[in-house]
Design a protein around this ligand. Structure first.
Ligand SMILES: [Zn+2]
Length: 179
């Protein structure tokens, strides 16, 4: 357990009691991360050498995710913004579940269903490869909790751990079947 990490690149400052699980690189296109938490901050990414963010245990991970989604909503990258618009419904669903607020959970679920369709289909004017890469990116970064929140009746398969579909074995199949 390292010292209290600094504010993340997306603006989340964890309380001093927050449990840090490891580090993650949120720099453009890097996506590297590992456990355990580094002994000190700042901690440079072993791939790109730029500063990394702490990754947290729940419930701080959920708080942090909310900040990251807000940050991504203002991204200059259109794909990142679109993903964040979808993810905020997932976040709202989890938030409602934490609060035992069934009507809010239902609203978030419906909003997610409405927002999801354009993502999984080809957006107007998009190359199929763009839609495919977006769907793959979502699946790779989806946590087990995300998947359970979206598909409560389905036990997520995939690898054990926080991100069951990180392995290309799962998302690469979209290349053949389409998104
Ligand atoms: Zn990196």
């Amino acid at each position: 357990m390292g010292r209290r990490p600094p504010r993340t690149s997306y603006g989340y400052l964890a309380p001093s009691g927050a449990r840090v699980l490891g580090w993650e690189c949120n720099n453009d296109g890097c996506g590297t991360g590992d456990r355990p938490a580094p002994p000190s901050w700042p901690h440079p990414c072993r791939e790109c050498g730029r500063p990394t963010d702490a990754s947290f245990d729940e419930p701080w991970a959920h708080e942090a995710r909310g900040y990251k989604i807000q940050h991504h909503l203002h991204s200059t990258d259109r794909d990142v913004r679109e993903m964040a618009r979808l993810e905020r419904h997932v976040w709202a669903y989890k938030e409602a579940c934490f609060r035992d607020d069934a009507p809010a959970a239902d609203r978030a679920w419906r909003a997610y269903r409405r927002a999801r369709s354009p993502l999984w289909q080809e957006a107007e004017g998009d190359e199929p490869a763009v839609a495919l890469s977006r769907a793959q990116q979502w699946l790779r970064t989806a946590t087990r909790a995300d998947l359970t929140a979206l598909l409560p009746d389905v036990e997520p398969s995939g690898a054990p751990g926080g991100h069951p579909y990180t392995d290309p074995e799962y998302w690469a199949a979209f290349a053949y079947t389409g998104a």
